[in-house]
Design a protein around this ligand. Structure first.
Ligand code: XIL
Length: 368
């Protein structure tokens, strides 16, 4: 690193610790000198919870972004860097270079790390799709999980071992996703193989099943708990449930039942599972284009959801899927028809806190 870059980096870290906004400026170049913003990690920690976010590779060259994360989070997860496609350039090689750099960043800033993920129907490298067969699939899955989990053993808070295995629209008796290379090659057993292998290679990390849609879809909730129950009955170690919480600004308001969601969390807790909110963001596709109204709509969803989710004693923490609107997967996957960028996260594109930030802070502060 050159002296100049080192200096800038140093500055950006100071700005995050402890009063992030002090050195930063907004779009018009105005400098905020007296704003002392709260740190979500402190508010969470005071209630024995964690707060964190998914982090992408811009962390290595956007020195406002990395400072924001260091200032606000005590947990991070790689948005993509630990997925198959990132770690596995070829059938016989593992490339941990970039993923390891996240871990170094986390350690340096006293942040814990979740691993995401070991087995998913997406992020399948081309070579894998081209060479996998019913004969070699088990070995390929086992080898990958063994190597990756061993590489990080003792250093991970938790691992999303299997991601998104349920698809209630699939034509399958147990609600399992059938359009998955792992299901196609190994049937339901792939889930068991994944969890067994992960558990055998790290007895510290909490082995987690992670899925979306659980906040509003009762059929999916039932399928997920049934799946976990089948695994547990077989004696397979599964420690935690990740409820992703990619919420829709309008759909959530129409479909969320606080009571039913609370019952679901209780059922999961009764099965001995810890629960993490793993990927919270709010898709504002159908909310007004005016920023203030949009931010209030998004914040309203954050508040209503977290008021229910975080009050459950089995819920141990919250990660948002990103932290600033500067980088959100929703702009790619769910662009607005008016082409305005989405505003789904607690900080805006200038790294300034928004109404959603206040909603999270407020819920943390009011928790008993
Ligand atoms: C997404 C990333 O955000 C994108 O950058 C990538 O192109 C596709 O994957 N559920 C998950 C995450 O478990 O891994 C997904 O992340 C978002 C949905």
């Amino acid at each position: 690193m050159t002296k100049r870059r080192e200096f800038i980096k140093h500055l950006s870290l100071i700005s995050a610790l402890p009063f992030l906004a002090r050195f930063s400026s907004n779009a018009t170049g105005r400098v905020f000198s007296n704003i002392e913003i709260k740190r979500l990690k402190d508010l969470a920690k005071a209630k024995n919870l964690f707060y964190g976010c998914a982090v992408n590779n811009r962390i290595f060259n956007d020195y406002g972004y990395d400072a924001l994360i260091a200032g606000q989070c005590n947990m991070i997860v790689c948005e993509n860097a630990m997925k198959w496609a990132a770690l596995r350039p070829t059938p016989h090689t593992f490339d941990f270079g970039i993923a390891d750099t996240y871990l170094q960043f986390a350690e340096k800033n006293k942040i814990q790390m979740r691993g995401h993920n070991l087995c998913w129907h997406e992020s399948i490298p081309k070579w894998l799709a081209a060479t996998i067969t019913t004969t070699n699939a088990q070995e390929m899955l086992t080898e990958h999980i063994e190597r990756v989990v061993k590489h990080y053993a003792g250093q991970m808070h938790s691992w999303d071992v299997v991601n998104e295995a349920i698809d209630i629209h699939a034509n399958n008796d147990s609600g399992l996703r059938t359009k998955s290379i792992w299901f196609e090659m190994l049937g339901e057993e792939y889930i068991e193989i994944a969890f067994k292998t992960a558990a055998a290679n790290d007895n510290k990390a909490l082995m987690t099943y992670n899925d979306y849609g659980l906040e509003t879809d009762s059929e999916k909730r039932r399928r997920v708990l049934d799946l976990i129950d089948r695994l547990k009955t077989k004696g397979i170690r599964i420690d935690a449930l990740g409820t992703q919480a990619h919420l829709d600004g309008v759909g959530f308001v129409n479909n969320f039942s606080a009571n039913e969601y609370q019952l679901f969390l209780n059922d999961a807790a009764d099965m001995g599972l810890k629960i993490f909110i793993t990927e919270l963001d709010v898709n504002d596709q159908q909310l007004p284009n005016n920023n203030d109204d949009r931010d209030l709509g998004v914040a309203h969803v954050y508040r209503d959801f977290l008021n229910v989710a975080l009050t459950n004693p089995a819920v141990y923490g919250l990660l948002t899927w990103g932290i600033t609107d500067r980088y959100s997967w929703l702009d790619h996957i769910k662009p607005r028809t008016d082409r305005l960028p989405q505003r789904p996260l607690p900080f805006d594109e200038h790294l300034q806190p928004k109404a959603a930030f206040n909603a999270i802070a407020d819920v943390f502060e009011r928790l008993k």
